[in-house]
Design a protein around this ligand. Sequence first.
Ligand code: SAH
Length: 252
Amino acid sequence: MKHGKVFLIGAGPGDVELLTLKAVRAIGRAQVLFIDDLVNREVLQFAQPNARIIEVGKRGGCKSTPQAFIERQMIAAARRGATVARVKGGDPFVFGRGGEEVQALRAAGIEVEVVNGITAGLAAATSIGVPLTHRDLSHGVTFVTGHAREGGDAPDWPALARAATTLVIYMGMSNLDSIARALLAGGRAADTPVAVIQNATLKDQRELISTLRGIARAARAAELGSPAIVVVGEVVSLAQPRDLAWLAMQAA
Ligand code: SAH
């Protein structure tokens, strides 16, 4: 029997309207869907009514499905001839372990197609009117994880502090205090503007603007938590109150 194909799909940050047309089409072709817990379930409106939906939570702290188990299940489904959609939050190749899954699938002889999604860092910044680069303010942007693998290398915060480009930090909320301190120690100015955006593009989005010196305390006081994006850099000075029309559209 011919093996089925696996689509590794980025579902974007939350707002279902941010799905690409390619993602919608791939979701609609699948007989089996493996869905991560950060994915807005509204994407399932594009699935076939009789498709099998398998929830595979990966969120730190909660009960999560081991990576190897997910990979084995996908391989087994594809070997049975099913078209498989592996649906991940944001973009599958940005802190999504998409690279590992592609390697595992290819090693098993399964065809994979990766469909980009809008990564949370992009959407979070845009939702508050912040351009990640700007000719007057920032000549580049670095996407970095704030959550180093246990025993693994942490990001080089002093080097990132010196680089003076915009920093977009994923999974940084539990270490926000030490990240801010490391950037200050590395020489970033204490009054550098910082934004935290939680649940970006979803109805319950919350955001906070402060400075590098004040952000950890302010985020604690506001009880902001995961999933959130932290944006550090002068571009954050361009933040705008969220567009009310956009919010109204979300609610409609
Ligand atoms: N592949 C995803 C990232 C997965 S890592 C992407 O490209 O967006 C998980 C982290 O992404 C979270 O800890 C958080 O930092 C960020 N994240 C995902 N969805 C988010 C959202 N709607 N709002 C804010 N941050 C989000």
